[in-house]
Design a protein around this ligand. Structure first.
Ligand SMILES: [Zn+2]
Length: 249
């Protein structure tokens, strides 16, 4: 007999916050999520720290700017909607010298890497072909896998490893079609050809996604795991999946 789900695992439909979330028009309260697009930061402005995601100087002014950006957006990723203290400041137009308010946004550590292909060294990530899976869902799936990989539940950890290998195996399609599945090769192509034409790039890269090696975002994963499992322990995930898949339409 299946154990009864604990109350905390059910959608918060009866709570005040749940009622607010389900209210008509509630979707207008937040900006729509932006599409993920494989990219690389522009180097024509001469970043002082080429390996850094966002090369802020470590001054009080820059720390305040980073903090105010994260707070202004509620630490919410502009691409997938994840709210996490692990999230980072993202330069929307890839120009890291543009510190205007409208250019400083928030991205989680996984979505953010999509825009920093040039910073991923060999072995740190692969470009894969996963048609039918949106970039946003690929990001959510990868995050779930990374969190499950090192959890205490042995079966979940094994499933996560299988799923990660399944995702990564789709790099072979990219290697055959594009000649390389290395993020750095795509970064070079973006920098050479279509950096100024995101619409064209979105068509050319349709179906492509980024798979990141667990060690590349290990520290951030620890933070995201702590936040997620505080509300949704890994052993509750089967029940969550059941509820989502069987939700009334
Ligand atoms: Zn995200």
């Amino acid at each position: 007999m299946q154990p009864q789900p604990a109350a905390t695992f059910s959608p918060a439909a009866g709570s005040a916050s749940g009622a607010a979330t389900n209210a008509v028009g509630s979707n207008f309260e937040r900006p729509a999520l932006a599409p993920l697009l494989l990219s690389t930061k522009s180097t024509v402005w001469g970043d002082a720290a080429p390996d850094a995601l966002e090369p802020f100087a470590n001054t009080a002014q820059d720390r305040a700017l980073r903090s105010s950006t994260l707070q202004r957006h509620g630490h919410r990723c502009m691409f997938c909607g994840l709210e996490s203290l692990a999230n980072e400041v993202h330069n929307r137009n890839d120009n890291h010298r543009d510190l205007s308010e409208e250019n400083l946004m928030v991205a989680d550590p996984i979505c953010h890497r999509w825009f920093h292909l040039g910073q991923l060294r060999k072995g740190e990530g692969l470009v894969v072909y996963l048609p039918g899976l949106s970039g946003r869902d690929a990001s959510h799936l990868l995050r779930t896998i990374l969190i499950a990989l090192t959890c205490d539940d042995e079966a979940a950890s094994k499933d996560a490893k299988r799923l990660l290998n399944w995702m990564a195996s789709h790099h072979e399609y990219v290697r055959q079609r594009w000649g390389s599945s290395e993020p750095s090769a795509f970064a070079a192509a973006v920098a050479r050809t279509v950096h100024d034409d995101p619409a064209r790039r979105a068509i050319a890269f349709d179906g492509l996604a980024l798979v990141i090696h667990p060690q590349t975002v290990e520290k951030a994963t620890q933070q995201m795991r702590a936040e997620l499992t505080a509300h949704w322990p890994v052993n509750a995930w089967p029940r969550v999946a059941h509820d989502v898949l069987n939700a009334p339409t």
